[in-house]
Write a protein that binds this ligand. Sequence first.
Ligand SMILES: C[S@@+](CC[C@H](N)C(=O)[O-])C[C@H]1O[C@@H](n2cnc3c(N)ncnc32)[C@H](O)[C@@H]1O
Length: 245
Amino acid sequence: MNPKSIIGENIEKESLFPSGLPFKSYNDKVLLVSGDGSITFYNTRYRQSYRALSTGAYTESLMKFFIPSGLLEKTVNKDLRVLDVCFGLGYNCAVAFDRLSSVSSPYRVHVVSIDKDETLPELVNTLKILFPTKGYGILRKCLATGRCGRFSMELHIRNALEVIWDLRGNFDAVFFDPFSQPRNPEMWHLDVFKRLRELLAEGGKLLTYAGGKKVRRIMEEAGLNPSDTPIARGAFMPGTVAVRS
Ligand SMILES: C[S@@+](CC[C@H](N)C(=O)[O-])C[C@H]1O[C@@H](n2cnc3c(N)ncnc32)[C@H](O)[C@@H]1O
């Protein structure tokens, strides 16, 4: 099958398919192998990949979301609440479960995740090559039963712009992972960041892969104090970690 026949001419301009790369499509999503060997999707409606292909899907979740969140240090002292805005293929959840499960702790971790695409849970269950294996094992059990050991999770298949107003706050980390501002503009609105700020616990952090000036200005206007995440190997720009100012 020719990729251009599925997703149009733009794909060739964006060079997302080095010749010979195997791919498979699921409605509006095309499976891709990213820079670190982990898989991700290209979305044909948003005309964007779910993760930075150069950095790699797994590496981006680890470096721009999990490590700067400080959750690893906090999990030995208290119960944690994590808000994952835009679940996608679940990398942010799986990487968090994977890393947090490497620490022995009596404290619980509860994740509230949101995505409007109802096909995603089935894909996470089907795609057994998703990595990290242990983290995805915990995630799949949580999707099936709501709980796995000290981890629990609720996935809301709804518009995040509605769900965030119904949530109780006190989140230690907010993973903010929509498509980019030009492709998914409603998610990067001032009111969204104001609400996410309200949902943060004292000392909580908002993480996103984006580090541009425009996005950071909106965060500052919302009462957040943004700074750089460490730069991941293969990444061109740092992400943003923001705390309440
Ligand atoms: C960049 S991808 C998320 C990547 C993801 N965290 C991962 O690990 O693969 C963006 C996701 O945002 C979701 N999305 C976009 N707008 C949304 C909205 N208004 N409400 C809920 N989900 C939305 C899309 O369905 C898509 O799954």
